[in-house]
Design a protein around this ligand. Structure first.
Ligand SMILES: [Ca+2]
Ligand SMILES: [Ca+2]
Ligand SMILES: [Ca+2]
Length: 153
């Protein structure tokens, strides 16, 4: 917070351009997100830096878009270019399913399903939604149960 105040004061005095101001704002966010200070924001660091209202699948979706060289980490340039990883919007339903299906078996367990709901939604509420969607009560969600229209070939 102190850093931010100092920056604001400095900008007020020197009257730097708008583009510079924005890039500095992202740089501060970058430093905060980069928990292990290796000058790269990993997917885990990126997800952790998002608010509780964020769905992990959306964070993954935006992270993948921002990681233009597909290195698995965001450089400060990639972070700036993606405006701090806010560009890219939300994952559509089918993509959300794929991103959440960590073991790629075509089904979502409750744990995997949690990534398709806001980060701060946990416990009973999450379990209830899951149970309602799990029509055949086999403890996992198929694409169809998740609400993806499956067209038979
Ligand atoms: Ca890092
Ligand atoms: Ca799975
Ligand atoms: Ca099921």
């Amino acid at each position: 917070m102190k850093k931010l105040l100092l920056l604001t004061a400095a900008l007020g005095l020197t009257g730097l351009g708008v583009a510079r101001v924005i890039s500095n704002v992202y740089d501060l966010r970058f430093v905060r997100a980069d928990a292990n200070s290796d000058s790269s924001v990993s997917l885990d660091e990126f997800i952790t830096s998002q608010t509780g209202l964020t769905r992990v699948v959306d964070a993954k979706h935006r992270f993948n878009l921002a990681d233009t060289d597909a290195s698995g980490g965001l450089s400060i340039t990639e972070f700036r270019n993606s405006r701090g990883g806010v560009k890219g919007g939300r994952a559509v339903r089918y993509e959300a399913f794929q991103l959440a299906d960590a073991n790629h078996d075509g089904f979502l367990t409750l744990q995997e399903y949690a990534d398709t709901e806001p980060k701060n939604r946990a416990g009973r509420l999450l379990a209830n939604t899951f149970a309602r969607r799990d029509k055949d009560s086999d403890g996992k969600l198929s694409l169809r149960e998740f609400g993806v229209l499956v067209i038979p070939r």
